[in-house]
Design a protein around this ligand. Structure first.
Ligand code: SF4
Length: 383
C-alpha cells in the first residue's frame, strides 16, 4: 500500500463523518482536515486524535511502512547511502537517494593503478554541485596502505562481500533487465513486499560499444537501479550519467537554483555591462548563455529568490527592491564599475523606480522580456 494522502486520511475522521466530536481540536490542530494533512506529511502522530478509528490506524501503520531499505555502502570511513525509495514516479513525490555509480578496479589486472588515478581525479561540476565517482568496487586483495589513502581522499570503496544487503540483477539487455528492475520496484512500493525491499544493483561488463552501454545504463538509472557498477571507466559516459541523474534526483517541489552572487563574463572591467536576474537555474542559464555570447564584458547580479523565476519571485515577494539593493551592496558592485547602470528583466519594468530609490547611485535600465533578445537590446541601447 502506498502512503495515504491527507484527503484519504480525512475520510476516516469525525468531521468527514459529521460526528459531534469533529474539529474538537484535541489533537492541537484547528480542524480534522488540518490534522489529516499534517499526519500525511509525518508532522504529527495518529495517537493524538482520540477518535481515530481502528481501521484508520491499521491502514495508516501499513501505509507508513518503508517500501525499500536504506543501505550504507562503503568498507572504509566514507559511506554512500542508497535505497529508501518509496515512489514509482519522481513526480509522485520525489526520489530520495541517487543511484550510486561504482567503478571496478581489479588489482590483478595490468594498468589498474592508472585506472584508479583516473577515477580519483574525475570530477564534474554542474548547477553548483560537484560530483565524483561514488564508489570504487575492488576485485582482488587490496593493501591497507591503499585503503588508508582512499579514506584520506574521502573515497568510498566496497568489495563483493560488502554488498550483502543489495539485490543483484543481471544485465541481460535493456528490455528484460528494465522489466525485472521495474517488477522489483513495483513489488517493493505497491505491495511493500519485504522480499523485494533491498536496493538493487546492476553490474555492467566491459563493452566496446559505448553508445550501447550508455543507453542501457541510462535506462537502468531511470528504472530502477540503486547502484550501477561499471567494469570500464569512461569519463564521458560517467559525466553524462551524472548529468541525467542530477535531473532525475531533484525534488520536483524544489526548483533547481544557482548560488546568489555576482557572476563575471568575458573578463569584466569597470566599463562592463550589469544585468540582473533571479537564482532560478533555468533563468540563470538562459541569461548567462546570452551574456557570454556578447562581444562585451558583463556582470550578472543573481539575487536570492528560493529558485523562483523572475515573475514568480516578484509575486511571492522574493524579488523586491530591498533584496536587489542588499545583493548589490553585499557583493560591492558599485566598487567594480564606473558605468552605474543595471539592466533589469523587462518583465519587471514596473520595479524601475522602486529599485532606483533603493539604489540611488544606480540608473535602472529596463531590459528585454526574453533572454534571447539580450544582444538586440545591447545594440539598441548603444552600449
Ligand atoms: Fe478531529 Fe481528532 Fe483532531 Fe478532534 S482530535 S480535531 S476529531 S482529528
Amino acid at each position: 500500500m502506498s502512503e495515504l494522502s491527507g484527503l484519504q486520511i480525512f475520510k476516516y475522521l469525525p468531521a468527514a463523518k459529521k460526528l459531534p466530536e469533529g474539529n474538537c481540536k484535541k489533537c492541537s490542530c484547528p480542524t480534522c482536515m488540518a490534522f489529516a494533512l499534517k499526519l500525511a506529511k509525518g508532522q504529527t502522530q495518529i495517537e493524538l486524535c482520540p477518535y481515530a478509528p481502528d481501521d484508520l490506524k491499521e491502514i495508516f501503520v501499513q501505509s507508513m511502512k518503508k517500501p525499500q531499505k536504506e543501505v550504507y555502502l562503503g568498507a572504509g570511513k566514507h559511506k554512500v547511502l542508497i535505497g529508501g525509495e518509496n515512489v514509482l514516479y519522481r513526480h509522485d513525490k520525489t526520489f530520495i537517494n541517487k543511484t550510486a555509480i561504482a567503478i571496478v578496479i581489479d588489482v590483478s589486472q595490468k594498468g589498474w593503478e592508472e585506472k584508479l588515478n583516473r577515477v580519483i581525479d574525475f570530477e564534474i561540476t554542474r548547477i553548483s554541485e560537484t560530483f565524483k565517482v561514488d564508489l570504487i568496487y575492488f576485485k582482488g586483495e587490496i593493501e591497507q596502505e591503499l585503503t588508508q589513502k582512499l579514506d584520506k581522499l574521502g573515497f568510498s570503496y566496497v568489495t563483493e562481500n560488502d554488498l550483502t544487503e543489495v539485490t543483484k540483477v543481471e544485465d541481460k539487455g535493456i528490455y528484460p533487465t528494465v522489466q525485472e528492475l521495474t517488477a522489483i520496484r513495483k513489488k517493493a512500493v505497491l505491495e511493500k513486499d519485504e522480499n523485494y525491499s533491498n536496493p538493487v544493483m546492476v553490474y555492467l561488463k566491459s563493452e566496446s560499444n559505448l553508445l550501447n552501454l550508455m543507453t542501457k545504463a541510462s535506462f537502468y538509472l531511470c528504472k530502477y537501479a540503486n547502484l550501477l557498477v561499471f567494469e570500464d571507466f569512461d569519463e564521458a559516459l560517467v559525466s553524462t550519467l551524472m548529468t541525467l541523474r542530477q535531473n532525475i534526483y531533484t525534488d520536483p517541489q524544489k526548483p533547481l537554483q544557482v548560488e546568489s552572487k555576482i557572476y563575471e563574463f568575458n573578463n569584466p572591467d569597470e566599463n562592463a555591462l550589469v544585468f540582473l536576474t533571479t537564482n532560478f537555474a533555468l533563468t540563470y542559464f538562459a541569461v548567462a548563455n546570452e551574456i557570454e555570447a556578447l562581444d562585451r564584458s558583463a556582470y550578472l547580479v543573481v539575487t536570492p529568490s528560493e529558485g523562483m523565476s523572475v515573475l514568480t519571485a516578484w509575486s511571492a515577494e522574493k524579488f523586491t527592491a530591498q533584496i536587489v539593493a542588499k545583493t548589490v551592496k553585499q557583493y560591492g558592485l558599485a566598487e567594480k564599475i564606473k558605468n552605474r547602470k543595471i539592466i533589469i528583466p523587462g518583465l519587471l519594468s514596473h520595479m524601475k523606480n522602486e529599485i532606483e530609490e533603493a539604489l540611488p547611485e544606480f540608473e535602472v535600465v529596463v531590459g528585454s522580456n526574453e533572454a534571447y533578445l539580450i544582444s538586440d537590446l545591447v545594440k539598441d541601447l548603444g552600449y
